[in-house]
Structures are given as C-alpha cells and as structure tokens.
Design a protein around this ligand. Structure first.
Ligand SMILES: Nc1nc2c(ncn2[C@@H]2O[C@H](COP(=O)(O)OP(=O)(O)OP(=O)(O)O)[C@@H](O)[C@H]2O)c(=O)[nH]1
Length: 619
C-alpha cells in the first residue's frame, strides 16, 4: 500500500459530527458488498476504481469471500434530511471480521463504535452469527439499526424476515430498513438513519489521551499500521506514545484517517477513528485491545477489555519434503509479523520429521495460516489432526498443560480438563431431531431451545470444543442439507473422562497418530486408525502388528503379513549391470522411507492417513 499523497484532512472533527458504526452480519449476507456501495455513494471511491470488496485487502480474503482483518474507513456524508440537512458528517465505518475464530477482534471493533447495522439476507433470514454478533453488540451498548439486504433477489421474503428481526430485537417490523447492496437501493436512506440514530461519541478532550487499538496490520512498506479509536484527549504527530500493556514507548511518526487510502493529518481527537504508524515491525508490539496514551502525560486507567490472544486449537505443521524445513521456519517468522494470535515452536515427529507445533484461534485460523504458508512460500505442507488444550492434574498434584497428545503424561492421573464452548445452532424446525442426535453424540448438553418464528429454531448447547474441532461443522451441514448454521464461544473448562490412545507399529508408538479421546470413543478411534494404517503401510519382510493402546492395554489390533521381497528374483541369468540397476532403484525408493523402530514406512502412507481424517471444518 503506497503512502497516499492526498491533501491532509483537517485535524480533529468535532465529536457531534462523528458517527462510528459497523455492519454485523452472518457470513455471506452481503456486508462487504454493502460497505463497497457506501464507499461509492459517499464519493470515497468512484465507480471506475471500484473493485469488488474494496475493504477486503488480502487476496485470500477476496478469493474466499471472507473478511479476516477489520479496517476502518471514513465516509464524508452530507445529510439531506430534517434538521441535519446540509450538514456534513464524518461516518467511520469499521469493518468487523465475521467468523467465530476472530470473535475477540470483533468485540474490539464493536467497542470502537456507538452503533451497528444488523444486516440480514432477505432470502435467508437470521442465522447463528447474526445472533452471536447481535448479542456482542448489545453487550457493548450499541444502537442497532435492523436492515434486510438483497431485496432485489427474486427469492427475498422481506415481510417475513422483517417480522422475524423485529421479534428478535423488539420494535416494529416497519422500522426494518430494506436495502440492496447490489443495486444501491435504500443505501442512502440507511446512511441517513446512521446519522439520525447512532449517538455521537462522547469523551473528555482535556483528559490525558486514551485510544483503543482495535486492529493492527503489518504492511511491508510502512511497518505496522495500527487502527485506533480515540476515547479522550488527542494524539498528535511526533509525540511519544505509550502502550499500556507493554509499557513500551514509540514516536508517533504518522497519524491520520483512511479514506479510502491512508491520509496523514494533524492528529486525532475525541471520538475519531484512524490509523497510526510508529515504525514497529511486529503486530505483537501493537496489540489489539491495548490502550495508547501520551507518554509525557499518560493516563492511569487502561480501557477495559484488553486480552492476549489465546490459541485454542493446536496442530503440527510439517513440510512434505524434509529439506523445506528452513523455508517453513522463515515463512512462519514472516507470517507472525502480521498475526498476533499465531504461536509455534519446533517439534520432531517419528512419522513426519522436523516441523512446528502451532497454536491457532480455531479451525478457520488454522486453514488460513496453512493456505498462506503454502501460497506465499510455495511450500507443500501436511498438518496433523487438530487438538485442543488439556489440563492434566496428577495424583501428586502436579499440573500439565498438554497441547500435543503425544505429550500426554503417563502415570497416575487425578483429572483431565478440556475446554467447552457454548454453541448456538439455527435451523429450520424440521431438523431439530437430527441436530439433537448429532449434538448428543458429540457429548453436548442442551441448554435451551427457542422458536424465532414458526419454522426456525435456535438451539443452545454446551459442548466440548474437541468435538467441534473434529469435523462437527461438516457433519452438521451434511445432515441438514446446509440449512443449519453454527456459532460458538469458549465458556471455560470441564472435567471429562479422557484417555490417550497410542498407535503402535511393531510395538513402537507413532507419535503423529496419538489422540486424546473420550473413553467411550477410544475403541472406535483405535479400530479405525489401525485399519487405515493396515491399508496404507506396505508389507515388510516380517509380520508387523498395528496396535491401538491405552497405556499398556491394547484395545485394537491388525496385522500386516510378511513378504519376502526379492527384487533380484526377476533377473534370471547373470546380467550383473541389470542387477545393479535394480538395487540402485530400490535404494532410491528407500530415501523417502521413515523408520518406526524396525518398520519402514513410506512417508506418503502417514500423509495419506492424516489427510483423510484431518478434522478440517470451517464455515
Ligand atoms: N442479489 C444480491 N446479491 C448480493 C447483495 N449483496 C451481496 N450479494 C452477494 O452475496 C454474496 C456475499 O456477499 P458479500 O458482500 O461477500 O458478503 P459478506 O457478508 O461480506 O461475506 P463475508 O465477508 O464472508 O462475511 C456475494 O456473492 C454478493 O455478490 C444484494 O444486495 N443483492
């Protein structure tokens, strides 16, 4: 992103002329399209420059149609209505990521706003993320403007869903605005509603400066670009700022607003939203949720809600070709600059060689990281089945935090705790039975059930995160023909009857296949894994038992029968060069073999076994 040479914006817009708002929606309900239309209608981007989804900067975002990083853009808007007619407002549209993995980022973006446009697809109705986002917006005391989108679609049922929305948030169905992000219909009216209904920000202009970081993005030209919302006081260029969580100070090299590119200015005052640049090179030095203040006259009270990102899901990432390991390390180091939530450390695996144990916010985060590593560095990667974090307490009181099943302690265990989530599922009422069955099979406990309208039901469950990580979303979608939607948030931990199942090849454990599973599911896992490896591992010159075991107790067993592979048998006669060639060829084939004890296994067999059940579910 090159620095924009546009004219500087006037320093500090008075708070009464500012409106800070966001659009919250279920995935694919048209948030980005609507935001694009707003950019265009306020003249921030002209029609010619408009490319689809202007706010989604990363290629992957654009291709996958999802928003990963929130951005903030200032829209100048001159009202034509009532008392406000002729007044120009600064509308700050703060884009929020839509997916559950990034819910902490969503919560910080919401905290930077006073109002939210609750956008619902007029052909789909309310979905699980509509609810999750709405609850979060209400927790932040935001003014909600209910809007139905895509009214141009022939399948739209605006009357039905306006009633559903009104029922959900209270109020009258007639107040639900109807727009089309695609045609632009109703969008100017929506901006008028934002001016009229979203409260202007309030803050103390004379207090020590306090600004909240709601996003930070690494830019290869500029270093880290930090997005802030000023609460009190003012931040000005060239002053020294202090980050309260780390106590680090930096010089404020540049501060300004985005409209639609960076426009440096004379500072940001109460209620304003914009960016700042300090020259730091790593997003960890500019953390989402942190409070920025004036180092010379610092505030003593941090803004509430700061939290370090906490990885919830772990997986091993390995290069398919072992010699790519240094490249993988380099690619991870680079990615880390832009992803404060990514953690990793080197690990080695008998089956897969050298790699990294990585921690992610959730499955989608895992997939995005893996895809970016493969795409941006041209690496071929394999990931082990994702697992959650377990707290193991031994009988002697020693505690272990287990992020890798192969490190699950042996010995006398007093208890194992696993993370649980509160899941919200929405579906047409005909699927209630199917969903209940699925959730029960995944150790879910029903918390409650509500009819949003006569044919739409909301079900609330608590469920172990481990069960969701393991292909729950795919199972849900296939059993409800894609009609159910799911959202979940972590709610703590619970004790559970969990055991580690090891897979042994000729008596030696194969680390990449160890799994922590509920006692009732251990047998099924063991049988499935042993069966799968039997198919994939070639016969050896001796019989190889494949066993699944809990500690010393074997719960499943398969055998790979012995063969005597004599490559020379094919050469009748004494052609020595031919014999040599065959022996060479055999040696070549052995290069990609891994030794597990005495057993030779082609790496491809491990990779195939891991790929075919790699949890991989996301919305
Ligand atoms: N017919 C019609 N299609 C729309 C409208 N708005 C969006 N779409 C389409 O709906 C799909 C999803 O739109 P997006 O704007 O990407 O949705 P989003 O909510 O931003 O999606 P995420 O960023 O993934 O959460 C795209 O194929 C759009 O072209 C509309 O008003 N009418």
């Amino acid at each position: 992103m090159p620095p924009a040479a546009n004219s500087p914006v006037p320093s500090a817009t008075p708070p009464e002329l500012i409106r800070n708002f966001c659009i919250i929606a279920h995935i694919d309900h048209g948030k980005s399209t609507l935001a694009d239309r707003m950019l265009q209608l306020t003249g921030v981007v002209d029609g010619r420059d408009m490319r689809a989804q202007y706010l989604d900067r990363m290629d992957i975002e654009r291709e996958r149609g999802i928003t990963i990083k929130s951005q903030a853009v200032r829209l100048p808007f001159t009202s034509q209505q009532g008392d406000a007619a002729g007044t120009t407002y600064a509308l700050n549209l703060i884009d929020t990521p839509g997916h559950v993995d990034f819910s902490y980022e969503v919560s910080r973006s919401l905290a930077a706003c006073e109002g939210a446009v609750l956008l619902v697809d007029a052909a789909q109705g309310i979905e699980a993320q509509t609810l999750a986002n709405l609850y979060m917006a209400l927790e932040n005391d935001l003014t909600i403007i209910p809007v139905l989108n895509k009214i141009d679609l022939p399948a739209a049922q605006p009357d039905k869903y306006a009633a559903e929305l009104a029922h959900l948030i209270g109020g009258d169905a007639g107040d639900v605005l109807r727009v089309s992000g695609k045609t632009g219909e109703g969008v100017l009216e929506l901006l008028e509603r934002v001016v009229a209904e979203v409260p202007a920000p309030v803050g103390d202009p004379d207090a020590p400066a306090r600004a909240m970081i709601f996003d930070s993005v690494y830019d290869s030209y500029r270093g880290v670009v930090t997005y802030v919302r000023v609460i009190d006081g003012k931040l000005t260029p060239r002053e020294r700022i202090l980050m309260l969580s780390t106590r680090a100070t930096h010089e404020l090299l540049e501060i300004g607003v985005i409209s639609p590119e960076m426009r440096p200015g004379g500072g940001l005052g109460v209620g304003e939203v914009g960016y700042l640049i300090t020259g730091v090179k790593d997003v960890r030095q500019s953390k989402v949720g942190d409070t920025v203040t004036d180092a010379a006259k610092p505030t003593t009270t941090a803004l509430s809600g700061y939290r370090d990102p906490k990885p919830m899901v772990f997986s091993g990432l390995y290069p398919v070709d072992g010699s790519d390991y240094p490249d993988l390390r380099e690619a991870l180091d680079k990615l880390k600059l832009n992803d404060a939530a990514l953690v990793y450390e080197p690990e080695t695996s008998v089956a897969l060689g050298f790699g990294f144990r990585c921690g992610f916010l959730g499955l989608l985060h895992l997939e995005i990281v893996r895809e970016r590593l493969e795409r941006e560095s041209g690496l071929d990667l394999i990931s082990t089945a994702p697992n959650v974090v377990y707290q193991v307490t031994m009988e002697d009181g020693v505690e272990h935090i287990v992020t890798n099943p192969s490190e699950f302690p042996s010995g006398k265990i007093a208890s194992v705790r696993e993370p649980v989530v509160r899941a919200t599922l929405l579906a047409p009422s005909e699927f209630v039975g199917t969903i209940m069955e699925l959730c029960q099979a995944r150790r879910g406990t029903l918390l409650g059930m509500d009819y949003l309208s006569e044919d739409r039901v909301e079900l609330r469950y608590t469920m172990p995160l481990a069960e969701i990580v393991f292909d729950f979303f795919d199972a849900l979608k296939s059993r409800t023909r894609g009609y159910a939607s799911l959202d979940y948030e972590p709610t703590g931990e619970q004790e559970a009857d969990l055991v580690k199942v090891d897979i042994l090849l000729h008596g030696d454990p194969v680390d990449a296949f160890s799994a922590i599973v509920h006692k009732d599911k251990a047998y099924a896992y063991g049988v499935a894994m042993a069966g799968k490896l039997k198919e994939l591992i070639p016969r050896q010159q001796f019989e190889v038992p494949i066993q699944a075991a809990i500690g010393a107790r074997v719960i499943a067993r398969e055998n790979i029968r012995a063969i005597r592979k004599d490559v020379l048998a094919k050469c009748y006669g004494g052609d020595i060069t031919r014999k040599r060639k065959l022996l060479e060829k055999q040696k070549e084939g052995k290069k990609r073999m891994k030794m597990v004890g005495r057993v030779e296994v082609p790496q491809e067999a491990f990779i195939a076994a891991l790929s075919s059940d790699g949890g991989g579910a996301s919305s």
